[in-house]
Design a protein around this ligand. Structure first.
Ligand code: C5P
Length: 221
């Protein structure tokens, strides 16, 4: 429990991954992309022919508890040895992740796996409930937000740069739907931890947000 953890929680496309992985790199800490675990669970469940709702909650939870996942140092994600890095990044995979993540048994099945990433010299973890549920004793909790318009625009740029076409309006509708589901679910809803520091990065560069978090971290030492 004394191993340092920095949590970065917030809504879809707020830039958590970019911020958290860069802070981890600067500090030489491990990095946990908890959303990837839900995305992989959604993908594995879909491939197993399961329906992503309560009807198959226990089968999906069982699957989640036995996933063979490797985050390679080259930034690839392997599921049972197969590269699923791109497959889990589609909008559909995000929506499926949001569906399986609303199932309490699935969330429970992933707790120990996530906590296992807390190793020396430290961890930066990003997601929705890192500070509220998974690492409640974290030394620093950041709740990252940005306007829906900004978030849709960022996601749009990301997809275009990967050669994937998408309209801004559809993306915004998608992320608002996902935020709504993530915030209104009964278990571990998206909301700032009571002791979280709020960071609105609308109009901020990545470097500015990184510098802010590193300053907060230094102040805690
Ligand atoms: O962060 P990312 O967009 O990859 O997360 C995908 C989905 O996984 C989210 O919309 C959310 O429903 C779910 N999630 C979660 N708890 C986390 C991380 C992600 O419920 N800690």
């Amino acid at each position: 429990p004394h191993i340092p953890v920095i949590c970065v929680d917030g809504p879809t496309a707020s830039g958590k991954g970019t911020l958290a992985s860069e802070v981890a790199r600067r500090l030489g800490y491990h990095y946990l992309d908890s959303g990837a675990l839900y995305r992989i669970t959604g993908l594995a469940a879909t491939r197993a022919g399961l329906v992503l709702d309560e009807a198959h909650e226990h089968s999906i939870a069982k699957l989640a508890g036995s996933l063979d996942i490797v985050f390679s140092t080259a930034g690839r994600v392997l599921l049972s040895g197969q590269d699923v890095t791109d497959a889990i990044r589609t909008e559909e995979a995000g929506m499926n992740a949001s569906r399986v993540s609303a199932l309490p048994a699935v969330r429970t099945a992933l707790v120990a796996l996530q906590q296992g990433f807390r190793r020396l010299p430290g961890l930066v973890a990003d997601g929705r409930d890192m500070g509220t549920v998974i690492f409640p004793d974290a030394q620093l909790k950041v709740y990252l937000t940005a306007s829906a318009a900004q978030r849709a625009e960022r996601r749009h740029k990301q997809l275009i740069s990967k050669g994937i076409s998408a309209t801004l309006a559809a993306l915004r509708a998608d992320l608002e739907a996902r935020d709504h589901r993530d915030s209104s679910r009964a278990v571990a809803p998206l909301k700032p931890a009571e002791d979280a520091l709020l960071l609105d990065n609308s109009g901020q560069t990545v470097e500015e947000s990184v510098a802010q978090v590193l300053r907060w971290w230094e102040e805690k030492q």
